[in-house]
Design a binder for this molecule. Sequence first.
Ligand code: MG
Ligand code: MG
Length: 242
Amino acid sequence: MLVGKTLGEVAKLIKPGVPLYYIDKVAEEFIRDNHGVPSFKGYAGFPASLCLSVNDVIVHGIPNSDVLRDGDIITVDCGAELGGWHGDYAYTFAVGEISEEKRLLVERTKASLYAGIKAVKVGNHIGDISHAVESYVKPFNYGVIRELCGHGIGRRMHEAPDIPNYGKPGSGELIRTGMVFCVEPMIAMGSHRIKIDADEWTTRTADGKPAAHFEHQIAITSKGPEVISTYQFVEEALGIKH
Ligand code: MG
Ligand code: MG
């Protein structure tokens, strides 16, 4: 919930001319003001509270002095710990007016997340989630990023099992009550191949085409799967109605 509220605050800042480091600063202050700790800051040496990934950057972009420009897409990935438990979710935003092909990439990546979530059922396997995401984007000839995946989460940000965005139905671990994990499709407009910058974090598409990324967190409760992350605050800030 704290991550959701932080993303809601961030959503208000997504405009041409805003520098990335400023978005990170506002998010970190918001998390700390609400008694949380940014999960990413210092994680394996990551220097910031948010991963801000613009256009061809898929994930792990480091907030710097670059400014947002009209027509960019930016993925904001946010993690926070509150009371010993981690939250981790991501949303790709449009900056000003974006091209139709970027709009479709973002919309379909988000839809692939919900396709994956539909496969989250007790008795299904992790591979059913992977397969649902991959099958959803396949008709669009998008690249499914293979090196990075969703993950279990709890007292640590990254726990077993891995949740790839491609795979065979019925493969992988059985989905059981008590599991909490993140499903997070990372989808590229072109090839799935990646390259990593000299900073050892910034992960881009090798062909320079844009990529999008959405992440939700799901708990398998005794009553069944429940999405415990929320885009409510983002969508209120963006004026999206359901
Ligand atoms: Mg994650
Ligand atoms: Mg994340």
